[in-house]
Design a protein around this ligand. Sequence first.
Ligand SMILES: [Zn+2]
Length: 315
Amino acid sequence: MNLRKFTYLLLTLNFLFYSNARNNFYEKNRENSQNNFSFSFTTLSVNSVYNFSFPIRREQINPLLNNLQKENALLRMFSDCDNKIYHKRGFYYEKTAEEISKSINDRRNLERIITKYFYDELYTSFNHHNFLDDSKIWHDLLNGSGYFEDSYDYLRIRNGKWIEKHRAIDIFGKIGDFVYSPINGVVLDSKNDWKGRWDRKKGLIYEGGGFGILSGNGVLLFQPSDTTYFFIVHMKDVFVKPGDLVYKGKIIGSVGKTGNASSPYTKPHIHVSVKKPGIKCGIKGALVSINPYSNLLYARENLLKKEEKIYVDES
Ligand SMILES: [Zn+2]
């Protein structure tokens, strides 16, 4: 066999392999899309996304995420049954069981679209080499600087009235320190317009924007490979937009003091909340907070190991 024939054979095999893998992926998604897909909370139905064209492109993702942002539906989806309303001595959940189930369904549909979009983009992206690390190890959010401890489940007082558990880890740094994406995924939401200040007498004064009075600026990230959500807030600046693909180690923003971190008693930090589907308030599929401490610690150790290796190679 001469070289030309051999090259031709290689190309054909390559084409057959990839087109087959691609078709299988689409078939899977087509099956999913037949399970009564519809978003009731947005004007753009999921069916139209699926029928419009293959693959899913940024132009289709943008209006979908924009609509969800306007109604703050994304953040509501992220907090299935977190929000309790305290009344007299007891509390009740803000959402009814029916509303939570609906929210889970909506979120699952969105996950399917975002997952397909993520892999479609990767397939055609020139930057796909950035996404090669598909291990479960996160990238250190402050790239080795700053410090954190296991502050998960710390008790804190809300509105001076009730005690709440801190379902996140705070990573402390200096204002302006870069924040790096821990995962390969998609930016679902980002806010960079928080306005507020600290008044010595009145305390926190909120003037609008961001993810609300307490959260400030930040991002909501989604990792398709294992349906993990990251909500990272109190950032100074945010450099990514909804629909952006982020890879492990990509700079996404900087450490700040927005939201309730603007108090003079609080050092600059990012609040990192991680969630995965599980069982919460008796409902299967609801998003459940996980303690990210051990993963964050492992990410930091892994980074130090890598730096050691580079040092050894150079010497
Ligand atoms: Zn926090």
